[in-house]
Unconditional design. Structure first.
Length: 191
């Protein structure tokens, strides 16, 4: 096709429609990452509830945050909301790289405070085990379950048995709440 405009002659040829394969690969990879993020988000896929019954369910905000915890290292802990008035805490799961203890702390202004319970020495952690407490859990109070390593003597001593930390130096712990009438999950934990 030939068109003439005043002093210029312009030849128009259709551009080849070859999209580089690398662009296609990048586009597919980005779409896959976005889909994975949406489908594995802690709040679940961004899909509306399938029925009015599903839409009416109330979800504990703590479960939204911690219910789908991922184990990202050799040490982890999960404790569900506990029953107010209980004299023990049901630990859903504790994973420990080295022998140690699950230690329950009372809240002290938003951080772990005094120790109110200590498990027996655990070689690798475990699932669905109880930690006895020195005082009953109070309704509406927040508590902390923290992993501590054993210094080798087989007996817990807060001064010697240090809290377990991740590779960034963060203490491995989980906060939980005590609520009247609530029963912690006794099913298998997904970590």
């Amino acid at each position: 096709m030939r068109r003439e405009y005043s002093h210029f002659v312009l030849y128009c040829q259709p551009m080849p429609s070859k999209t580089p394969i690398s662009w296609i690969i990048v586009l597919v990879a980005v779409a896959g990452i976005v889909a994975a993020i949406i489908l594995t988000s802690p709040r679940g896929p961004l899909i509306a509830p399938s029925s009015e019954e599903d839409a009416g369910e109330t979800v504990n905000p703590r479960d939204e945050t911690f219910g789908s915890m991922l184990r990202v290292g050799p040490n982890a802990i999960y404790v569900d909301t506990q029953t107010a008035g209980a004299s023990s805490v049901l630990v859903g799961i504790a994973a420990m790289e080295k022998p140690g203890y699950v230690v329950i702390h009372a809240d002290d202004g938003g951080v772990p405070g005094r120790i109110i319970g200590t498990s027996e020495l655990r070689s690798e952690g475990g699932e669905q085990f109880e930690v006895s407490l020195s005082e009953a859990l109070v309704d509406g109070q927040v508590y902390y379950a923290m992993l501590h390593t054993d210094d080798g003597d087989g007996s817990f001593d807060a001064a010697k048995d240090a809290p377990v930390t991740d590779m960034d130096g963060n203490v491995i712990l989980m906060s939980f709440e005590a609520r009247t009438g609530y029963q912690p999950s006794t099913g298998p934990s997904a970590m």
